[in-house]
Design a binder for this molecule. Sequence first.
Ligand code: TYM
Length: 315
Amino acid sequence: MAKPIIVSGMQPTGKIHLGNYLGALNNWLSIQKSDKYESIFFIADYHSITENYSAEEKRQQVFDLACTYLAIGLNTEKSIIFVQSAVPECTELTWIFNTLTPIAELQRMTQFKDKSERQEKNINMGLFDYPVLQAADILLYDGSLVPVGEDQIQHVELTRDAARWFNNKYKANYFPEAKPLLTSCPRLMSLLEPAKKMSKSLGEKHCLNIDEEPEEIAKKLAKAVTTPEGVANLKLIYDTFKEQMTGDFDENKMGETKKIIAEGLAKHFADFRKRKKELLSQPEEVAKILEAGRARASVIAQKRIVEIKKIIGVI
Ligand code: TYM
């Protein structure tokens, strides 16, 4: 029997933080290791241009995220790894799904509402259409399982709806119903405001980035708030990396406990940091890897878009 297809991506908008890692990236690694799935992981650059950005910075962010993917252990022999915008069939499918998606469904999306508040001078059509592009990302490759954090569940639900709208309208049993795959930490909270999820949009000090130097990790953790919610969040981090921790989690000695967590995290990501630095000095190698991934993704995308166009009557 064919293996289920896993599809997921991350936006190149800055450093990858521990929330991204515990909610998604670490799961991608387990999925890859299990050999039970076909996995497709990409860099969602077209999603990220819906926010304010500069072209030069974006190029750097895409490269940085590619280095993160490779250094953390995504393996091109086991997974297809590429940049979203390099496979234009995805935006073609977005258009097709646009014609099936009721505006009211997109107006309900909480991420759209949040981002509209954050960038009220740039509420562009792409920001609104964002979940439709995400549905196309997943369904273009026949993805049925989507390893993401909790904040993406609503988008995966819209993906499932898009598949249904398409299958019903065209009386085709073509697209699968995608489901999110969550980890035991689907929503890591901010270090400074643990009522909110860890997010780049809150600011650097709220996040622990996975490629951060040990001193920086220790500094940020030292400032992490220790309200009951904050302690619970730190406990979650401690428990997830338990194997690397060299002492107990003691709620009455949070200063000490934070140092233990900082050392454990620094140790866990030491090899990753080293490999990432090497890759950052090899842009041509990284470009070749992404090009090979693009070629593999394109073979699938080109075949599928022809099938889809036949179903909808434009070929
Ligand atoms: P993005 O780039 O915001 O986040 C990448 C992944 O990290 C998860 N995540 C978290 N998990 C736990 N705790 C947190 N604090 C936390 N913050 C972020 C996110 O849920 C996500 O899994 N729209 C997507 C990118 C995307 C995509 C796709 C994903 C585009 N197309 C197709 C899956 C399939 C996004 O913005 O993720």
